[in-house]
Design a protein around this ligand. Structure first.
Ligand SMILES: *Cc1c(COP(=O)(O)O)cnc(C)c1O
Length: 394
């Protein structure tokens, strides 16, 4: 049960993959003079940069790799602290831990994203960066977060893995902070199975991120060794087949988001008259990508009752998106002297225990969004889901 892009795999993806196979070049580097080399990875980078409105995009093997490369590109060093919301996918923490950083968790608000007001309380002399996570397609309150960042001279790494297609006040996510990390995993807005992208306007950050993703090499080497290397890199490269699928999906992203917004607004209008809950806050109602419809109940009892009747669950029960359910991360936090027990982030715990996520485009039980509609649901299917929800609320 995947993201909306997977529901819309079609001839475009199939043809793009076949084209690459017929050309015979699967590696991101190839002979510039051979017309059979289709340079899909570098085309995806150019198209994604244009789409996001930034100077540079780097294709990688995953969102996790994008986060790790971004943290190193920012110059963050072992022991530096980065403020991360207590509600996010496990990779937001694990990537920072691998870079030797200390993830300092902060509370979320009823937008289910980082509470900008809680950030300042978490700042210490070691704080170097903030990671706003645009959770469930909903952009964070970036005006407030950027204000705190500027005031305290902190870097901003946007985790956009769940929010390709989202904008905040007219700017695409991934173009607001210093650097942004995206995922093309199957559960995201658009996907190529796995894959990722890094976005930035800063050429120096781009160069380091590139080196981290490719054994320290300089950008655009086309397989030829260029210059000396001073970045220690690994291999997080994307291959041509992945990029071919990614490009075909990117061509559909605006239509995907528009379709999801239409279906969600229909569903919302059909359930809005029920009492006992509010829809989660959207920091930019025009910019959210509408992959889900999150419903925040007044009480945890009601949330458990309604979600249970529908065969779903409240968000606090959803696996590796809730700090309290990540035993390995908690263990690391403990070793780093950070709060590491369930209950350490009471505001987040409370909100998540009162929230149910209705799927609109991302259908994912692991996210707590196993029940709802999908991008291909018809009007009568949406009406039926709404009726079921209303009855469960009685
Ligand atoms: C999916 C996700 C990631 C990791 O992306 P992968 O491509 O699966 O490595 C990171 N952060 C968030 C918020 C995610 O949802």
């Amino acid at each position: 049960m995947p993201g909306p892009g997977a529901y819309w795999f079609g001839e475009e993806e199939i043809e793009a993959v076949m084209e690459v196979m017929k050309g015979g070049y699967l590696f991101r580097y190839g002979s510039e003079n051979d017309p059979k080399f289709l340079h899909k990875v570098s085309s995806l980078e150019k198209e994604f940069a244009k789409y996001t409105g930034v100077e540079f995009a780097l294709a990688t093997s995953s969102g996790t790799a994008s986060l790790l490369a971004s943290a190193i590109a920012l110059g963050l060093k072992p022991g530096d602290e980065i403020i991360v919301p207590a509600y996010t996918f496990v990779a937001s923490y694990s990537s920072m831990l691998f870079a030797g950083l200390v993830p300092v968790l902060a509370e979320i608000d009823e937008s289910l994203t980082l509470d900008a007001d809680d950030i300042e309380r978490r700042i210490t002399p070691r704080t170097k960066a903030i990671m706003p996570v645009h959770m469930l397609g909903n952009p964070c309150n970036m005006d407030k977060i950027m204000k705190v960042a500027v005031k305290h001279n902190l870097l901003v790494l946007e985790d956009c893995c769940q929010a390709a297609g989202a904008t905040y006040k007219g700017k695409k996510v991934g173009s607001i902070g210093n650097i942004g990390a995206f995922s093309l995993n199957i559960f995201k807005t658009i996907n190529s199975g796995d894959g990722g992208l890094v976005t930035t306007d800063d050429s120096a950050l781009y160069e380091v991120a590139f080196g981290v993703h490719d054994q320290g090499h300089k950008p655009m080497r086309f397989g030829v060794e260029v210059g000396t290397r001073n970045v220690l890199g690994l291999n997080f490269r994307m291959n041509e087949i992945t990029a071919a699928v990614g490009l075909a999906q990117l061509g559909k992203i605006d239509r995907i988001v528009e379709t999801l917004r239409g279906k969600r607004s229909m569903l919302k209008s059909l359930i809005a008259q029920e009492v006992g809950f509010k829809f989660r806050i959207l920091n930019d109602p025009e910019g959210d990508c509408a992959t889900v419809c999150a419903v925040v109940f007044n009480t945890r009892e009601k949330a458990a009752l309604v979600s249970g009747k529908l065969g779903s669950k409240t968000v606090d029960q959803s696996g590796w998106h809730v700090y309290a359910n990540m035993e390995h991360i908690l263990n690391h936090l403990k070793n780093l002297g950070q709060p590491h027990t369930k209950g350490s982030y009471p505001v987040t715990d409370d909100i998540l225990s009162r929230t149910m996520i209705i799927s609109i485009g991302v259908v994912d039980g692991g996210l707590g969004a196993g029940w709802g509609i999908n991008i291909n649901s018809t009007d009568s299917e949406i009406e039926a889901a709404a009726k079921q929800f209303r009855e469960a609320c009685k």
